[in-house]
Design a protein around this ligand. Structure first.
Ligand SMILES: [Zn+2]
Length: 343
């Protein structure tokens, strides 16, 4: 069951991010919707979901006046149902195609021709550019023209992890809304209430989610995610004792699926961050609550300074991959960075 299919009651149906929803509600109440918004924040915290909900509200015809967008989606009108089913003709989603490195100029040109025509059903043409930081320079410059001279009924909703990844000229023409990580308590409560997860499992998943509610929902929906996580972390824990040949083999294996590489690096980042916390005697703050024994053993062997160095090494690798460095080469460098310890 996906988060979108959960919707049955009127309302935004989003866990947390009250500050962002309040701001959008106020905008809708005074009917002063801007032409472009940018939702920023870490992966898996609901940027795309919030953009979808806002789009749904803009197109909803179930409010007190069917000609005016309500402050929250009714989730019942035909327009809402079409958005929820992904087939509203006035909602257009743009994202990096799986076989491409970037969002390319042709996609933005097609956005421009779609935005120039009349809306099919709704009062607005809404475009969601998911992962706007993945536009190449040509595409970004092309989008700028639309932002400079927007059609009156067009609303653009961009999402990106960090505003710094977009051109300043784009940033100056969008309203930025930053989303925050949730607390473990918020995630645990949502898992219990909305997804009917039992208390023990909800507590574990909420801790592992490290504030990312989207990750928590994925873990509930896909049991393999937790098994895969454990396998990946156990591999990681063997690395300090591994020789170069074994390290290169692991790099080769992990790079075979570049789509997965980022998720694995996120796991590693949290692992090494936990190791730093353990080395600083802050075991209670660790995310990997079910593997604390292993964290303690490893941190004692590896040492505080090396743990801190590895956090930076993983972050550097993530940044390199964002800039389209060869995945295998980047992982090989990272493997060699892992401290060598006689286990
Ligand atoms: Zn509606």
């Amino acid at each position: 069951m996906s988060a979108l299919q959960q919707t049955i009651q009127p309302g935004w149906n989003i866990v947390g991010q009250e500050h962002a929803i309040d701001l959008l509600r106020r905008t809708l109440a005074v009917q002063q919707v801007r032409h472009a918004y940018l939702f920023t924040g870490p992966d898996h915290i609901g940027k795309a979901l919030l953009a979808h909900r806002f789009a749904q509200t803009l197109l909803c015809t179930g409010g007190p006046d069917p000609h005016v967008a309500p402050e929250a989606p009714c989730n019942a009108c035909l327009s809402c149902r079409k958005v929820l089913h992904g087939n509203h003709p006035d909602l257009h989603i743009i994202a990096k195609p799986p076989d491409k490195q970037f969002i390319v100029i042709e996609q933005i040109r097609s956005l421009q021709s779609d935005s120039a025509r009349k809306t099919m059903e709704g009062r607005r043409n809404v475009f969601i550019i998911q992962g706007a930081h993945e536009m190449n320079l040509q595409a970004a410059n092309c989008l700028l023209k639309t932002l400079e001279e927007p059609e009156p009924d067009v609303v653009l909703l961009l999402t990106a992890p960090d505003p710094g990844q977009l051109l300043p000229t784009i940033l100056s023409r969008v309203q930025q809304i930053s989303l925050h990580l949730l607390t473990a308590a918020q995630i645990k409560a949502a898992l219990e209430k909305t997804w009917s997860v039992d208390t023990g499992e909800a507590a574990l998943i909420a801790a592992l989610a490290a504030g990312r509610v989207g990750w928590a929902v994925q873990a509930v929906e896909d049991e393999d995610l937790l098994i895969e996580r454990r396998t990946q972390l156990e591999t990681l824990a063997t690395l300090p004792g591994a020789g170069n040949v074994q390290r290169f083999e692991i790099a080769q294996r992990l790079s075979a699926d570049p789509e997965k590489t980022r998720a694995i690096l996120e796991l590693w980042l949290l692992w090494w961050r936990d190791m730093v916390l353990v080395a600083h005697q802050c075991l209670d703050l660790t995310v990997n609550v079910d593997m604390r024994h292993m964290l303690e053993q490893q941190a004692a062997i590896v040492g505080m300074r090396e743990c801190e160095r590895m956090v930076h090494a993983v972050l550097d690798t993530m940044e390199a991959l964002d800039q389209n460095v060869n995945t295998r080469a980047a992982l090989e460098v990272l493997m060699l960075d892992v401290p060598k310890i006689k286990m």
